[in-house]
Design a protein around this ligand. Structure first.
Ligand SMILES: C[S@@+](CC[C@H](N)C(=O)[O-])C[C@H]1O[C@@H](n2cnc3c(N)ncnc32)[C@H](O)[C@@H]1O
Length: 247
């Protein structure tokens, strides 16, 4: 599937139905799901912070580069960064110009980046703290960041261990592994950690140069008011988006 353009993206209930259908087949055929998500993301970011053409964007935890490709399709200069060669090569050749590095210790100058895109990476790194600090450091004043991740108490928070993760990050993975062995991908404490919405919002707010401009459930943005309700949001957001501006 090629990168969809803004014109042919499904909208409204059809958007939800299409994403759900592609997600259910994601393990067998990841590319259509991720290319469509990437098309939505760049469309949305172009509307919020565009034009993206000419902007320098760091794609943190870029994986095989579906988002990098979509940003480049809009004319942005993208720096794709990931700390795993395996993940960079999941789709074949790694994204052009990739940087093998840690998003918590970026090889980028202070105030050099217009936008930071960080999708589904926070839950795969032991602590969000160094990542958020680096976002604050590398963004230009007025720059934007889009940080999105599957929060722990979402139905998919435990990934292949779901629904055991509802027993908590200690007991859940322990019980799962006792009964089923290690999950095929994303064993807890190896490439998966519990990342909560409330704690991450507090972390971002503790950075004086970062301003949260919006908090949205990624796959059902129309349900945004739930993000104001501690507890409930951890259970029903599924995937949390924090939009940030560097002040
Ligand atoms: C689930 S994939 C997400 C890929 C892509 N961003 C997306 O949304 O589809 C998580 C990626 O984050 C990378 N990652 C995890 N911790 C990282 C870190 N500290 N620095 C850079 N990349 C990291 C992993 O190697 C993996 O490619």
């Amino acid at each position: 599937m090629s990168a969809a353009t803004a014109v042919d993206l499904p909208r409204g209930p059809e958007r939800f139905r299409t994403l759900w259908r592609l997600w259910r087949n994601e393990r067998a055929e990841p590319e259509p799901f991720y290319r469509l998500l990437a098309a939505y993301a760049v469309d949305d970011l172009d509307a919020h912070h565009g034009p993206l053409a000419g902007q320098t964007i760091a794609d943190l935890g870029c994986g095989p580069g579906y988002y990098t490709d979509a940003f480049r399709g809009r004319g942005a200069q993208v720096i794709p960064i990931d700390n795993s060669t395996d993940e960079l090569e999941l789709g074949g050749a790694p994204p052009e110009g990739y940087v093998l590095g840690d998003a918590g210790n970026l090889p980028l100058d202070d105030g050099s980046i217009d936008g930071v895109f960080c999708s589904n990476m926070l839950e795969h790194t032991p602590s969000a703290e160094p990542i958020v600090a680096e976002i604050e450091r590398v963004l230009k004043p007025g720059g934007w960041a889009y940080v999105s991740w599957t929060n722990w108490y979402s139905p998919w928070g435990g990934h292949l261990m779901a629904p055991y993760h509802y027993l908590g990050p200690t007991l859940g993975p322990r019980l799962y592994e006792k009964r089923h062995g290690k999950p095929e991908k994303h064993a807890y404490g190896e490439t998966l950690w519990a990342c909560h919405i409330g704690a991450t919002l507090r972390l971002v707010r503790s950075h004086p140069h970062l301003e949260i401009t919006d908090v949205v459930p990624r796959y059902w943005p129309w349900a945004k008011p739930i993000m104001k309700v501690p507890g409930l949001r951890e259970l029903v957001a599924w995937n949390c988006v924090i939009r940030v501006r560097r002040v």
